[in-house]
Design a binder for this molecule. Structure first.
Ligand code: SF4
Ligand code: SF4
Length: 325
């Protein structure tokens, strides 16, 4: 067993797992609040990566982590997940529920100042809330944040992994800042962290019109393709402008022509034929196969790197023309 693997295993076991379990319990307690919106019987179950990782490296001798986890970033991520729950206490007693278009513009400018790449609005469907978790408001603001192309192009590598965690952390901080901004303006808000979120983000972001889910199960956005991380802020604002149609649905047709991520995924985890369940939820990848690979190789990200939409902002229009031909 390699030195890196031994060090990481002992850090995760001794310090990581008890902290992560405490954090999860705090997140789960939200669904006990009388005002909580809870999951339905058809809601998905959250894949608990740290606990699954521990299980994997404890039970399988053939699994070995090649990377070092960016511990400082992880601690900051956990601090911001705690903050997203603790700060619910700071919501106003009688929050405002209506916003003007001028105030929306200011909110969007504020979010962009926090590094957010795009925002969308949607009513949260209950069946996207993970089992055993809950949220307080159905009015959802969805946030995307770009991941560095230079670092994604090096995937899988330690520098790619460090950048991915940096993006998670910065987007998590931005979500808390936006929730704080809304509270100061008299609204109630609940930030949902991009790592360890309470809701399945890609379909929620698709419903908000921010892009379309590709074969790899990731949201493809017009500007950065799948090179983004997703988060949300739920709020008392009931009159957010919700898009009726999603103009990015043609991406599904391009995926049917392309299939590059399916071919290049090292453990062949991406399904050729996407499975649509009775509940309407969709399975794009074999989670265990993907997990075993990315758990060993720097969080992988090869499917993000090879997706043509990741290349540049002009690809969206070029590929749209190809598809329409
Ligand atoms: S992250 Fe890697 S292993 Fe997982 S689906 Fe993408 S390419 Fe495949
Ligand atoms: S690589 Fe091709 S098939 Fe896979 S998500 Fe991107 S466009 Fe779709």
């Amino acid at each position: 067993m390699g030195v890196k693997h031994r060090i990481m295993k002992s850090i995760i076991l001794r310090f990581g797992i008890p902290r992560i379990k405490r954090m999860m319990e705090k997140q789960k307690a939200i669904q006990d609040r009388p005002d909580a919106i809870r999951p339905t019987a058809n809601s998905p179950t959250r894949f608990e990566i740290p606990l699954e990782m521990m299980n994997l490296i404890s039970t399988r001798d053939d699994i070995e982590m090649k990377h070092m986890l960016p511990v400082r970033r992880l601690l900051s991520v956990m601090k911001n997940i705690h903050r997203s729950v603790d700060s619910l206490e700071e919501n106003p007693m009688n929050p405002k529920i209506s916003i003007t278009s001028e105030e929306v513009t200011k909110l969007e400018e504020y979010a962009q100042g926090q590094g957010v790449s795009s925002l969308g609005y949607v009513k949260l469907p209950q069946n996207l809330i993970f089992q055993k978790f809950g949220v307080i408001y159905e009015n959802a603001i969805i946030l995307t944040m770009e991941m560095s192309k230079e670092k994604i192009d090096k995937a899988p590598s330690q520098s790619t992994m460090n950048m991915v965690f940096k993006t998670y952390d910065e987007l998590g901080q931005a979500g808390n800042q936006i929730a704080e901004y809304l509270r100061i303006k008299g609204y109630a808000a609940q930030a949902d962290h991009p790592l360890g979120g309470l809701v399945l983000f890609p379909p929620l972001a698709q419903l908000a019109g921010l892009g379309w889910i590709g074969k790899h199960g990731l949201l493809i956005t017009p500007k950065y393709g799948p090179r983004v991380r997703l988060a949300a802020v739920y709020t008392s604002i009931a009159n957010l402008s919700i898009k009726e149609n999603n103009e990015h649905d043609w991406i599904a047709d391009y995926c049917a022509l392309c299939g590059r991520c399916i071919k290049e995924c090292p453990p062949q985890a991406i399904l050729e034929d996407t499975v649509v369940h009775e509940s309407g939820l969709v399975t794009n990848i074999r989670q265990q196969e993907c997990f075993e690979y990315f758990g060993q190789y720097y969080g992988c990200s090869i499917c993000v790197k090879v997706c043509p939409f990741s290349r540049s902002a002009t690809m969206y229009q070029r590929l749209k023309k190809v598809t329409q031909r």
